[in-house]
Design a protein around this ligand. Structure first.
Ligand SMILES: Cc1cc2nc3c(=O)[nH]c(=O)nc-3n(C[C@H](O)[C@H](O)[C@H](O)COP(=O)(O)OP(=O)(O)OC[C@H]3O[C@@H](n4cnc5c(N)ncnc54)[C@H](O)[C@@H]3O)c2cc1C
Length: 427
Protein backbone atom coordinates (compact mmCIF):
# COMPACT_ATOMS: atom_id res chain seq x y z
CA UNK A 1 0.00 0.00 0.00
CA UNK A 2 1.34 3.41 -0.94
CA UNK A 3 4.30 1.53 -2.48
CA UNK A 4 5.66 0.45 0.89
CA UNK A 5 6.06 -3.37 1.07
CA UNK A 6 6.73 -3.16 4.82
CA UNK A 7 3.43 -1.47 5.68
CA UNK A 8 0.88 -4.17 4.84
CA UNK A 9 3.17 -7.00 3.63
CA UNK A 10 1.51 -10.35 3.04
CA UNK A 11 -1.99 -9.03 3.58
CA UNK A 12 -1.75 -6.71 0.61
CA UNK A 13 -0.45 -9.55 -1.59
CA UNK A 14 -3.31 -11.91 -0.76
CA UNK A 15 -6.36 -9.70 -0.08
CA UNK A 16 -9.13 -9.30 -2.68
CA UNK A 17 -9.52 -5.78 -4.13
CA UNK A 18 -11.35 -3.06 -2.23
CA UNK A 19 -14.50 -1.50 -3.70
CA UNK A 20 -14.09 1.71 -5.71
CA UNK A 21 -13.96 4.62 -3.25
CA UNK A 22 -13.17 7.83 -5.17
CA UNK A 23 -11.65 10.89 -3.55
CA UNK A 24 -14.25 13.32 -2.18
CA UNK A 25 -14.39 16.18 -4.66
CA UNK A 26 -17.68 17.90 -3.87
CA UNK A 27 -19.58 19.62 -1.11
CA UNK A 28 -22.35 17.29 0.06
CA UNK A 29 -24.70 16.65 2.93
CA UNK A 30 -25.34 13.31 4.64
CA UNK A 31 -26.94 12.03 7.82
CA UNK A 32 -23.63 10.77 9.23
CA UNK A 33 -19.99 11.48 8.33
CA UNK A 34 -17.57 8.76 9.42
CA UNK A 35 -13.84 9.50 9.58
CA UNK A 36 -11.54 6.47 9.25
CA UNK A 37 -11.74 3.35 7.08
CA UNK A 38 -10.72 0.66 9.58
CA UNK A 39 -12.96 -1.82 11.42
CA UNK A 40 -14.65 0.78 13.65
CA UNK A 41 -15.58 3.14 10.82
CA UNK A 42 -16.52 0.40 8.35
CA UNK A 43 -18.68 -1.49 10.85
CA UNK A 44 -20.47 1.75 11.78
CA UNK A 45 -20.96 2.55 8.06
CA UNK A 46 -22.32 -0.91 7.30
CA UNK A 47 -24.73 -0.99 10.24
CA UNK A 48 -26.00 2.53 9.54
CA UNK A 49 -26.37 2.03 5.79
CA UNK A 50 -28.31 -1.19 6.40
CA UNK A 51 -30.82 0.89 8.31
CA UNK A 52 -31.25 3.35 5.46
CA UNK A 53 -29.03 6.08 6.92
CA UNK A 54 -27.19 8.28 4.39
CA UNK A 55 -23.52 7.71 5.27
CA UNK A 56 -20.27 9.14 3.91
CA UNK A 57 -17.03 7.55 5.09
CA UNK A 58 -13.80 9.48 4.59
CA UNK A 59 -10.48 7.66 4.73
CA UNK A 60 -7.18 9.56 4.56
CA UNK A 61 -5.31 6.86 2.63
CA UNK A 62 -6.86 3.52 1.64
CA UNK A 63 -9.36 1.13 3.22
CA UNK A 64 -7.47 -0.76 5.94
CA UNK A 65 -4.47 1.61 5.84
CA UNK A 66 -4.23 1.77 9.66
CA UNK A 67 -4.08 -1.13 12.09
CA UNK A 68 -6.82 -2.94 10.16
CA UNK A 69 -4.48 -3.80 7.30
CA UNK A 70 -1.32 -4.52 9.29
CA UNK A 71 -2.30 -6.70 12.23
CA UNK A 72 -1.74 -10.38 13.08
CA UNK A 73 -5.33 -11.38 12.38
CA UNK A 74 -6.11 -12.88 15.81
CA UNK A 75 -9.84 -12.44 16.46
CA UNK A 76 -9.70 -12.14 20.24
CA UNK A 77 -12.41 -12.07 22.87
CA UNK A 78 -11.74 -9.36 25.48
CA UNK A 79 -8.50 -7.42 25.86
CA UNK A 80 -4.96 -8.15 27.08
CA UNK A 81 -5.88 -7.25 30.64
CA UNK A 82 -7.40 -9.82 32.97
CA UNK A 83 -11.22 -10.00 32.86
CA UNK A 84 -11.47 -8.83 36.50
CA UNK A 85 -9.54 -5.66 35.56
CA UNK A 86 -12.61 -4.43 33.64
CA UNK A 87 -14.87 -3.96 36.70
CA UNK A 88 -11.86 -2.89 38.77
CA UNK A 89 -11.02 -0.05 36.34
CA UNK A 90 -14.48 0.88 35.08
CA UNK A 91 -16.72 -0.03 38.00
CA UNK A 92 -19.05 -3.04 38.01
CA UNK A 93 -21.70 -1.61 35.67
CA UNK A 94 -19.48 -0.49 32.77
CA UNK A 95 -16.86 -3.14 33.49
CA UNK A 96 -19.12 -6.18 33.15
CA UNK A 97 -21.07 -4.59 30.29
CA UNK A 98 -17.92 -3.92 28.25
CA UNK A 99 -16.45 -7.31 29.07
CA UNK A 100 -19.62 -9.14 28.09
CA UNK A 101 -19.83 -7.25 24.80
CA UNK A 102 -16.15 -7.83 23.98
CA UNK A 103 -16.42 -11.49 24.99
CA UNK A 104 -19.16 -11.89 22.36
CA UNK A 105 -17.25 -9.80 19.79
CA UNK A 106 -15.78 -12.70 17.77
CA UNK A 107 -19.28 -14.07 17.17
CA UNK A 108 -20.30 -10.75 15.59
CA UNK A 109 -17.22 -10.88 13.35
CA UNK A 110 -18.11 -14.42 12.25
CA UNK A 111 -21.73 -13.47 11.68
CA UNK A 112 -20.82 -10.50 9.47
CA UNK A 113 -18.35 -12.58 7.46
CA UNK A 114 -20.94 -15.28 6.90
CA UNK A 115 -23.89 -12.94 6.23
CA UNK A 116 -21.99 -10.83 3.71
CA UNK A 117 -19.96 -13.66 2.19
CA UNK A 118 -16.66 -11.95 3.05
CA UNK A 119 -13.71 -13.91 1.70
CA UNK A 120 -11.08 -13.41 4.42
CA UNK A 121 -9.64 -16.81 5.40
CA UNK A 122 -11.77 -17.09 8.55
CA UNK A 123 -10.65 -19.88 10.91
CA UNK A 124 -12.89 -20.72 13.86
CA UNK A 125 -10.63 -23.15 15.73
CA UNK A 126 -9.87 -20.79 18.60
CA UNK A 127 -6.70 -19.21 19.91
CA UNK A 128 -3.96 -20.61 22.15
CA UNK A 129 -2.33 -18.33 24.69
CA UNK A 130 0.86 -20.31 25.32
CA UNK A 131 2.75 -20.40 28.64
CA UNK A 132 6.40 -19.65 27.99
CA UNK A 133 7.44 -20.43 31.58
CA UNK A 134 6.00 -21.44 35.00
CA UNK A 135 4.84 -17.89 35.82
CA UNK A 136 3.08 -17.81 32.48
CA UNK A 137 1.11 -20.93 33.41
CA UNK A 138 0.06 -19.30 36.70
CA UNK A 139 -1.18 -16.28 34.74
CA UNK A 140 -3.17 -18.53 32.40
CA UNK A 141 -4.73 -20.43 35.31
CA UNK A 142 -5.92 -17.15 36.79
CA UNK A 143 -7.17 -15.94 33.42
CA UNK A 144 -9.06 -19.23 32.92
CA UNK A 145 -10.63 -18.94 36.38
CA UNK A 146 -11.80 -15.37 35.73
CA UNK A 147 -13.32 -16.23 32.32
CA UNK A 148 -14.85 -19.51 33.45
CA UNK A 149 -16.70 -17.88 36.34
CA UNK A 150 -18.37 -15.77 33.60
CA UNK A 151 -19.26 -18.89 31.59
CA UNK A 152 -16.72 -18.37 28.77
CA UNK A 153 -15.65 -21.44 26.72
CA UNK A 154 -11.96 -21.41 27.68
CA UNK A 155 -9.95 -24.52 28.59
CA UNK A 156 -6.49 -24.96 30.07
CA UNK A 157 -4.31 -27.39 28.14
CA UNK A 158 -1.22 -29.13 29.53
CA UNK A 159 2.19 -29.24 27.83
CA UNK A 160 1.43 -32.42 25.86
CA UNK A 161 -1.94 -31.13 24.64
CA UNK A 162 -0.32 -27.83 23.68
CA UNK A 163 2.42 -29.64 21.78
CA UNK A 164 -0.17 -31.67 19.93
CA UNK A 165 -1.90 -28.51 18.74
CA UNK A 166 1.10 -26.24 18.10
CA UNK A 167 3.70 -28.79 17.02
CA UNK A 168 6.10 -27.27 19.56
CA UNK A 169 7.44 -28.56 22.86
CA UNK A 170 8.44 -25.02 23.90
CA UNK A 171 5.38 -24.40 26.09
CA UNK A 172 4.37 -25.68 29.50
CA UNK A 173 0.68 -25.31 28.67
CA UNK A 174 -1.85 -22.99 27.06
CA UNK A 175 -5.30 -21.48 27.31
CA UNK A 176 -7.63 -22.46 24.47
CA UNK A 177 -10.35 -19.91 23.76
CA UNK A 178 -12.96 -21.35 21.41
CA UNK A 179 -14.69 -18.01 20.87
CA UNK A 180 -11.63 -16.73 19.05
CA UNK A 181 -9.92 -17.53 15.73
CA UNK A 182 -7.97 -15.94 12.88
CA UNK A 183 -8.63 -14.14 9.62
CA UNK A 184 -6.87 -12.20 6.88
CA UNK A 185 -7.22 -8.73 8.40
CA UNK A 186 -7.02 -6.55 5.27
CA UNK A 187 -9.38 -8.89 3.41
CA UNK A 188 -11.85 -8.55 6.29
CA UNK A 189 -11.63 -4.72 6.19
CA UNK A 190 -12.08 -4.68 2.41
CA UNK A 191 -14.98 -7.15 2.73
CA UNK A 192 -16.70 -4.88 5.25
CA UNK A 193 -16.17 -2.01 2.80
CA UNK A 194 -17.82 -3.98 -0.03
CA UNK A 195 -20.76 -4.84 2.26
CA UNK A 196 -21.13 -1.21 3.36
CA UNK A 197 -21.13 0.02 -0.26
CA UNK A 198 -23.69 -2.63 -1.20
CA UNK A 199 -25.89 -1.43 1.67
CA UNK A 200 -25.70 2.13 0.29
CA UNK A 201 -22.78 3.78 2.15
CA UNK A 202 -20.57 6.11 0.11
CA UNK A 203 -16.85 5.62 0.73
CA UNK A 204 -14.06 8.04 -0.18
CA UNK A 205 -10.37 7.20 0.07
CA UNK A 206 -7.49 9.64 -0.36
CA UNK A 207 -9.73 12.01 1.61
CA UNK A 208 -8.02 13.10 4.81
CA UNK A 209 -10.18 15.26 7.04
CA UNK A 210 -8.19 18.40 7.81
CA UNK A 211 -10.82 20.53 9.47
CA UNK A 212 -14.10 20.18 11.31
CA UNK A 213 -16.67 22.59 12.68
CA UNK A 214 -20.31 23.55 12.76
CA UNK A 215 -22.30 25.77 10.37
CA UNK A 216 -26.03 26.28 9.80
CA UNK A 217 -26.92 23.84 12.56
CA UNK A 218 -24.87 21.00 11.02
CA UNK A 219 -21.48 19.56 11.72
CA UNK A 220 -19.00 19.47 8.86
CA UNK A 221 -15.76 17.73 7.97
CA UNK A 222 -13.55 19.25 5.31
CA UNK A 223 -10.88 17.62 3.13
CA UNK A 224 -8.51 19.31 0.67
CA UNK A 225 -11.05 18.86 -2.13
CA UNK A 226 -14.51 18.58 -0.56
CA UNK A 227 -16.77 18.79 2.44
CA UNK A 228 -19.49 16.72 4.11
CA UNK A 229 -22.11 18.38 6.31
CA UNK A 230 -23.92 15.96 8.58
CA UNK A 231 -26.00 15.62 11.75
CA UNK A 232 -23.45 13.28 13.33
CA UNK A 233 -19.71 12.69 13.01
CA UNK A 234 -18.18 9.37 13.99
CA UNK A 235 -14.45 9.59 14.69
CA UNK A 236 -12.83 6.21 13.95
CA UNK A 237 -9.22 7.18 13.41
CA UNK A 238 -7.52 5.45 16.40
CA UNK A 239 -3.71 5.04 16.45
CA UNK A 240 -3.26 6.42 12.91
CA UNK A 241 -5.26 9.56 13.69
CA UNK A 242 -4.24 12.75 11.90
CA UNK A 243 -5.95 16.12 11.44
CA UNK A 244 -8.54 17.48 13.85
CA UNK A 245 -8.53 14.40 16.11
CA UNK A 246 -4.77 13.97 16.40
CA UNK A 247 -5.38 13.98 20.17
CA UNK A 248 -6.73 10.42 19.84
CA UNK A 249 -3.26 9.29 18.72
CA UNK A 250 -1.54 11.50 21.28
CA UNK A 251 -3.32 9.91 24.22
CA UNK A 252 -1.81 6.57 23.20
CA UNK A 253 1.71 5.24 23.40
CA UNK A 254 2.66 3.59 20.09
CA UNK A 255 4.05 0.08 20.43
CA UNK A 256 5.60 -1.21 17.19
CA UNK A 257 4.84 -4.83 16.21
CA UNK A 258 6.22 -6.73 13.20
CA UNK A 259 5.27 -9.86 11.30
CA UNK A 260 7.28 -12.14 9.03
CA UNK A 261 5.68 -14.72 6.74
CA UNK A 262 7.45 -17.83 5.40
CA UNK A 263 6.72 -19.29 1.98
CA UNK A 264 3.88 -21.87 2.06
CA UNK A 265 5.10 -24.89 4.04
CA UNK A 266 5.18 -28.37 2.49
CA UNK A 267 2.46 -30.91 3.34
CA UNK A 268 4.49 -32.69 6.06
CA UNK A 269 5.32 -29.47 7.87
CA UNK A 270 1.72 -28.28 7.62
CA UNK A 271 0.68 -31.45 9.41
CA UNK A 272 3.09 -30.68 12.27
CA UNK A 273 3.07 -26.87 12.65
CA UNK A 274 -0.24 -25.61 14.12
CA UNK A 275 -2.20 -28.15 12.05
CA UNK A 276 -5.53 -26.94 13.47
CA UNK A 277 -4.67 -23.31 12.53
CA UNK A 278 -5.36 -21.83 15.95
CA UNK A 279 -3.99 -18.32 16.43
CA UNK A 280 -1.16 -18.44 19.00
CA UNK A 281 0.82 -16.05 21.15
CA UNK A 282 2.89 -16.44 24.30
CA UNK A 283 2.98 -15.05 27.84
CA UNK A 284 6.40 -13.34 27.55
CA UNK A 285 6.65 -9.66 28.33
CA UNK A 286 8.07 -9.07 24.85
CA UNK A 287 5.62 -11.48 23.36
CA UNK A 288 5.71 -13.49 20.15
CA UNK A 289 2.76 -14.62 18.06
CA UNK A 290 2.38 -17.26 15.35
CA UNK A 291 -0.39 -18.45 13.08
CA UNK A 292 -0.87 -20.02 9.65
CA UNK A 293 -2.51 -18.39 6.67
CA UNK A 294 -4.76 -20.30 4.28
CA UNK A 295 -1.92 -21.07 1.86
CA UNK A 296 0.12 -22.65 4.67
CA UNK A 297 2.52 -19.78 5.39
CA UNK A 298 3.68 -19.49 8.98
CA UNK A 299 3.35 -15.90 10.19
CA UNK A 300 5.60 -15.09 13.13
CA UNK A 301 5.59 -11.76 14.94
CA UNK A 302 6.85 -9.82 17.92
CA UNK A 303 7.42 -6.36 19.31
CA UNK A 304 9.62 -4.13 17.14
CA UNK A 305 9.74 -1.94 14.06
CA UNK A 306 11.26 -3.10 10.77
CA UNK A 307 13.16 0.10 10.13
CA UNK A 308 16.78 1.19 10.54
CA UNK A 309 18.86 -1.34 12.45
CA UNK A 310 15.63 -3.01 13.64
CA UNK A 311 15.04 -4.83 10.35
CA UNK A 312 18.13 -7.03 10.48
CA UNK A 313 18.05 -7.51 14.27
CA UNK A 314 14.42 -8.62 14.44
CA UNK A 315 14.67 -10.91 11.41
CA UNK A 316 17.79 -12.63 12.74
CA UNK A 317 16.14 -13.06 16.14
CA UNK A 318 13.00 -14.49 14.49
CA UNK A 319 15.08 -17.11 12.66
CA UNK A 320 16.78 -18.12 15.94
CA UNK A 321 13.42 -18.24 17.76
CA UNK A 322 11.78 -20.35 15.09
CA UNK A 323 14.68 -22.84 15.29
CA UNK A 324 13.96 -23.29 18.99
CA UNK A 325 10.15 -23.30 18.79
CA UNK A 326 9.80 -25.34 15.58
CA UNK A 327 13.12 -27.17 14.97
CA UNK A 328 11.35 -29.25 12.30
CA UNK A 329 11.25 -26.14 10.07
CA UNK A 330 15.03 -26.04 9.55
CA UNK A 331 16.35 -22.77 8.07
CA UNK A 332 13.55 -20.45 7.01
CA UNK A 333 13.37 -17.57 4.57
CA UNK A 334 10.66 -14.96 4.76
CA UNK A 335 8.44 -14.13 1.83
CA UNK A 336 6.90 -11.00 3.36
CA UNK A 337 7.67 -8.64 6.23
CA UNK A 338 5.70 -5.73 7.65
CA UNK A 339 5.02 -3.81 10.84
CA UNK A 340 2.56 -1.36 12.35
CA UNK A 341 1.96 0.75 15.41
CA UNK A 342 -0.32 -0.46 18.18
CA UNK A 343 -2.01 2.27 20.21
CA UNK A 344 -1.71 1.53 23.94
CA UNK A 345 -3.72 3.42 26.56
CA UNK A 346 -2.50 3.93 30.12
CA UNK A 347 -4.87 1.32 31.64
CA UNK A 348 -4.86 -0.95 28.55
CA UNK A 349 -8.61 -0.40 28.06
CA UNK A 350 -10.36 1.28 25.12
CA UNK A 351 -11.88 4.74 25.22
CA UNK A 352 -15.19 6.36 24.36
CA UNK A 353 -14.77 10.03 23.42
CA UNK A 354 -17.43 12.63 22.97
CA UNK A 355 -15.76 15.51 21.14
CA UNK A 356 -18.87 17.70 21.23
CA UNK A 357 -22.58 17.34 20.58
CA UNK A 358 -23.09 14.46 18.11
CA UNK A 359 -19.36 13.90 17.59
CA UNK A 360 -18.37 10.54 19.05
CA UNK A 361 -15.82 7.75 18.70
CA UNK A 362 -14.23 4.65 20.20
CA UNK A 363 -10.47 4.02 20.10
CA UNK A 364 -7.54 2.54 22.03
CA UNK A 365 -7.99 -1.19 21.54
CA UNK A 366 -4.44 -1.99 22.71
CA UNK A 367 -3.66 -4.48 19.94
CA UNK A 368 -7.09 -6.08 20.10
CA UNK A 369 -9.18 -4.21 17.54
CA UNK A 370 -10.67 -6.78 15.19
CA UNK A 371 -13.65 -7.78 17.26
CA UNK A 372 -13.74 -4.69 19.55
CA UNK A 373 -13.60 -2.32 16.53
CA UNK A 374 -16.34 -4.28 14.75
CA UNK A 375 -18.45 -4.40 17.92
CA UNK A 376 -18.00 -0.75 18.90
CA UNK A 377 -18.70 0.35 15.31
CA UNK A 378 -22.04 -1.41 15.58
CA UNK A 379 -22.64 0.20 19.00
CA UNK A 380 -21.90 3.65 17.52
CA UNK A 381 -24.46 2.99 14.78
CA UNK A 382 -27.07 2.07 17.40
CA UNK A 383 -26.16 5.18 19.42
CA UNK A 384 -26.59 7.46 16.39
CA UNK A 385 -29.92 5.77 15.63
CA UNK A 386 -31.06 6.57 19.18
CA UNK A 387 -31.30 2.89 20.14
CA UNK A 388 -28.54 3.05 22.78
CA UNK A 389 -28.37 6.12 25.01
CA UNK A 390 -25.04 7.53 26.19
CA UNK A 391 -25.62 5.98 29.62
CA UNK A 392 -26.07 2.56 28.00
CA UNK A 393 -22.79 2.60 26.08
CA UNK A 394 -20.14 0.04 27.09
CA UNK A 395 -17.69 2.72 28.27
CA UNK A 396 -18.08 6.04 30.05
CA UNK A 397 -16.99 9.17 28.12
CA UNK A 398 -13.46 10.35 28.92
CA UNK A 399 -11.29 13.27 27.85
CA UNK A 400 -8.18 12.66 25.79
CA UNK A 401 -5.12 13.11 27.97
CA UNK A 402 -1.58 12.83 26.66
CA UNK A 403 0.48 10.56 28.91
CA UNK A 404 3.69 11.97 30.39
CA UNK A 405 6.92 11.15 28.52
CA UNK A 406 4.94 9.65 25.61
CA UNK A 407 7.71 10.15 23.00
CA UNK A 408 10.31 8.82 25.40
CA UNK A 409 8.24 5.69 26.10
CA UNK A 410 7.78 5.09 22.37
CA UNK A 411 11.53 5.40 21.75
CA UNK A 412 12.16 3.07 24.69
CA UNK A 413 9.79 0.40 23.32
CA UNK A 414 11.39 0.49 19.89
CA UNK A 415 14.99 0.51 21.15
CA UNK A 416 14.21 -1.92 24.00
CA UNK A 417 12.79 -4.49 21.58
CA UNK A 418 15.96 -4.22 19.47
CA UNK A 419 18.21 -4.72 22.48
CA UNK A 420 16.16 -7.68 23.74
CA UNK A 421 16.07 -9.30 20.29
CA UNK A 422 19.74 -8.62 19.62
CA UNK A 423 20.64 -10.56 22.77
CA UNK A 424 17.75 -13.04 22.74
CA UNK A 425 17.74 -16.72 21.70
CA UNK A 426 21.53 -16.93 21.41
CA UNK A 427 22.18 -19.60 24.01
C1 LIG B 1 1.06 -4.69 14.07
C2 LIG B 1 -0.31 -4.78 14.69
C3 LIG B 1 -0.77 -6.02 15.12
C4 LIG B 1 -2.07 -6.12 15.66
N1 LIG B 1 -2.58 -7.36 15.93
C5 LIG B 1 -3.91 -7.49 16.24
C6 LIG B 1 -4.52 -8.77 16.32
O1 LIG B 1 -3.91 -9.81 16.06
N2 LIG B 1 -5.82 -8.82 16.67
C7 LIG B 1 -6.57 -7.70 16.90
O2 LIG B 1 -7.76 -7.82 17.22
N3 LIG B 1 -6.02 -6.46 16.78
C8 LIG B 1 -4.73 -6.34 16.44
N4 LIG B 1 -4.18 -5.09 16.27
C9 LIG B 1 -5.01 -3.90 16.56
C10 LIG B 1 -5.98 -3.57 15.45
O3 LIG B 1 -5.38 -3.63 14.17
C11 LIG B 1 -6.55 -2.15 15.68
O4 LIG B 1 -7.00 -2.08 17.01
C12 LIG B 1 -7.68 -1.86 14.72
O5 LIG B 1 -7.21 -1.80 13.41
C13 LIG B 1 -8.38 -0.56 15.11
O6 LIG B 1 -9.42 -0.36 14.18
P1 LIG B 1 -9.91 1.09 13.86
O7 LIG B 1 -10.88 1.00 12.76
O8 LIG B 1 -10.40 1.73 15.11
O9 LIG B 1 -8.60 1.90 13.43
P2 LIG B 1 -7.66 1.67 12.16
O10 LIG B 1 -7.78 0.31 11.62
O11 LIG B 1 -6.28 2.09 12.55
O12 LIG B 1 -8.22 2.67 11.10
C14 LIG B 1 -8.18 4.07 11.30
C15 LIG B 1 -8.17 4.74 9.94
O13 LIG B 1 -8.40 6.14 10.11
C16 LIG B 1 -7.70 6.80 9.08
N5 LIG B 1 -7.54 8.22 9.45
C17 LIG B 1 -6.78 8.74 10.44
N6 LIG B 1 -6.88 10.09 10.47
C18 LIG B 1 -7.73 10.43 9.47
C19 LIG B 1 -8.24 11.66 8.99
N7 LIG B 1 -7.86 12.84 9.52
N8 LIG B 1 -9.10 11.64 7.93
C20 LIG B 1 -9.49 10.48 7.37
N9 LIG B 1 -9.03 9.28 7.80
C21 LIG B 1 -8.17 9.24 8.83
C22 LIG B 1 -6.39 6.05 8.98
O14 LIG B 1 -5.76 6.26 7.73
C23 LIG B 1 -6.84 4.60 9.19
O15 LIG B 1 -7.04 3.90 7.99
C24 LIG B 1 -2.88 -4.95 15.80
C25 LIG B 1 -2.39 -3.72 15.38
C26 LIG B 1 -1.12 -3.62 14.81
C27 LIG B 1 -0.63 -2.29 14.34
Amino acid sequence: MLNDPRSHGLWEKTAPSPPPAPRLEEVVTADVAIVGGGYTGLSAALHLAERGVDVRLLEAAEIGFGGAGRNVGLINAGMWVMPDDFPRELGPLYGERALDLLGQGPYLVRELIETHGISCELEKNGTLHCAAHADGMKELEERARQWQKRGAPVTLLNAAETEQRTGSSAYSGSLLDMRAGTLQPLAYARGLAHAAVKAGAKLHTGSAVVETGEANGKKFVRTAHGQVSADWIIVATDAYSTGPWKQVRLEQVHLPYFNLATAPLGDNLRRSVVPGREGCWDTKEILSSFRMDQAGRLIFGSVGALRGTGTAIHKAWARRSLKRIFPQLGDVEFEAEWYGLIGMTDNALPRFHKFGRNVVGFSGYNGRGISPGTTFGKVLAAHVLGEISEAELPLPPTDTTEPGFRSLKEAYYEAGAQIAHFAGERF
